[in-house]
Design a protein around this ligand. Structure first.
Ligand code: ZN
Length: 482
């Protein structure tokens, strides 16, 4: 394996496993399967040259050595061999470039505890993260200083908007409405999110499974909302949304994604009780992201994974002497490491990778509720931020980072000017000198909330109600809502 030519993924080729599944070991053949992914031009050139040589040698052996032919035919065979090799190489290159890799990939991993990551790295259990740390700027996100509650949707919305809950409006999971407790929706968010800002700056962005991204806004790119999975599991998306009834907002934008980004029954999983369940869930989300990107290629891709959060709540083992949550949790952090390796192998030479988490985890000492929780100050302040890629200075310790600085830093990576009125600032110390024009990025602009896709008038007993019900049941099982 060679790392000289790629600041993030090295020369290691992508894996042959189905998209979204961790790779056991790298396979070169996979280059053909993920046309937008790939190593550097240098690696690529090496691959083409080797293929060229092998192809040419084969023909030469067959034509010149095995068959006994005259000198004119020999020459003809060599010329044909050269043209054939050239043709094969250009077809291969065209295929690869047909759908380019995202320039910025943001992986949100709910509940990834920076303390546990450090311990598991020291034990050599998570090689991809360990290697990435050496090439990245890494910090711990401190939520408690700002009184940000350790409630996932509030924190993920703060990451996406650069604002605190009192400003962005997403305080938790549910709010009291006229007809009872209702799940928050994107329409409850009062300020523009990352994907709206990036779209208005003229760049494309894709979002998968981010908290309360339903109903989707009409962005430049795609949105596979947090309700899509539930809708698919309930078998509702194809029936209702697929035929755009006019009174239901679709769970994806554009609507056409519903037909093209599909999960199988096998991937539909209501409960996460083990590392295997969590891997299936996260693998499905990654697969949805890759599928959507194939249909609507984007420059920036945000993927939110909640398998670790769910398995940590359900299967935390308080007896684990090292405070690593026991076998299931530990195994799923290893799985997540495999997914990160997978994403890296598919990343392009100029891609940046960001890994974010919202809080850590700890054992629940009470006799009721979920087995793992994140209520203490320590858990709230053990969230992780990791930045890697060509603009990032390797080995920078960012220390304690404010959650309000996440959005400005993500926008700087995407090369998008910051919005007016947000208190945070770019983590400039993470960037290489001259990698970004901070003065230009700091010339703040006004960005609007984009309209959500229409059709949000809901009738009782509608498909949306059934999906909301399924989501509420899941949250109840985790002890999030009553
Ligand atoms: Zn969380």
């Amino acid at each position: 394996m060679e790392h000289a030519c790629h600041p993030v993924s090295g020369c290691e080729p992508p894996c042959r496993e189905p998209l979204g599944r961790p790779c056991a070991r790298p396979h070169r053949q996979a280059w053909l399967r993920a046309p937008w992914a790939g190593p550097t031009a240098q690696c690529q050139a090496k691959g083409v040259a080797t293929g060229f040589l092998c192809w040419g040698c084969g023909w030469w052996l067959l034509g010149v050595q095995v068959l006994e032919v005259g000198p004119v035919r020999k020459l003809l065979i060599v010329v044909v061999a050269l043209f054939a090799a050239l043709f094969a190489a250009s077809v291969w290159l065209l295929r690869r470039d047909s759908s380019p890799s995202p320039k910025l990939i943001i992986l949100g991993i709910d509940g990834l505890d920076s303390r546990m990551v450090s311990r598991l790295m020291a034990q050599g259990e998570i090689p991809a993260l360990r290697e990435l740390y050496g090439r990245a700027a890494v910090g711990t996100i401190r939520n408690s200083d700002l009184g940000l509650p350790p409630v996932s949707p509030a924190i993920w919305t703060t990451f996406a908007t650069g604002a605190l809950p009192n400003t962005h409006g997403i305080h938790g999971f549910v709010f009291k409405a006229d007809r009872g407790w209702e799940l928050f929706r994107s329409t409850n968010r009062k300020v523009p999110a990352f994907w709206e800002i990036v779209s208005q700056a003229g760049k494309s962005v894709g979002v998968v499974n981010w908290w309360f991204s339903y109903p989707p806004e009409e962005i430049r790119g795609f949105l596979v909302t947090d309700r899509y999975f539930e809708a698919e599991v309930a078998g509702l998306s194809a029936i209702t949304y697929g035929r755009a009834t006019g009174n239901e907002a679709p769970p994806t934008y554009p609507l056409e994604l519903v037909g093209q980004v599909r999960i199988s029954r096998r991937q539909a999983l209501p409960k996460v009780l083990s590392a295997a369940d969590a891997a299936q869930l996260d693998g499905t989300m990654l697969m949805l992201a890759y599928q959507a990107h194939q249909v609507v290629p984007v420059e920036t891709l945000l993927i939110y994974l909640n398998g670790l959060d769910r398995v940590s709540h359900m299967a935390w083992d308080a007896q684990d002497q090292e405070g690593l949550g026991g076998n299931e949790v530990r195994q799923h952090i290893r799985n997540v490491d495999g997914f990160i390796a997978d994403v890296l192998r598919r990343a392009h030479v100029k891609s940046h990778l960001v890994i974010l988490s919202d809080h850590g985890f700890e054992a629940n000492q009470k006799n009721e509720g979920p087995r793992g929780i994140h209520e203490s100050k320590e858990a709230a302040d053990s969230a992780l931020i990791l930045l890697a890629g060509p603009a990032i200075k390797a080995g920078v310790d960012l220390g304690a980072v404010s959650p309000l600085d996440v959005l400005p830093t993500l926008l700087a990576l995407a090369d998008v000017p910051l919005p007016e009125g947000i208190p945070g600032s770019i983590l400039r110390q993470a960037f290489l000198p001259g990698a970004r024009n901070f003065e230009a990025l700091e010339k703040r602009r006004r960005y609007a909330r984009l309209p959500a896709v229409e059709g949000e008038i809901r009738a009782k007993g509608s498909a949306t109600d059934a999906v909301d019900q399924a989501t509420k049941e899941r949250l109840r099982a985790l002890g999030y809502i009553e």
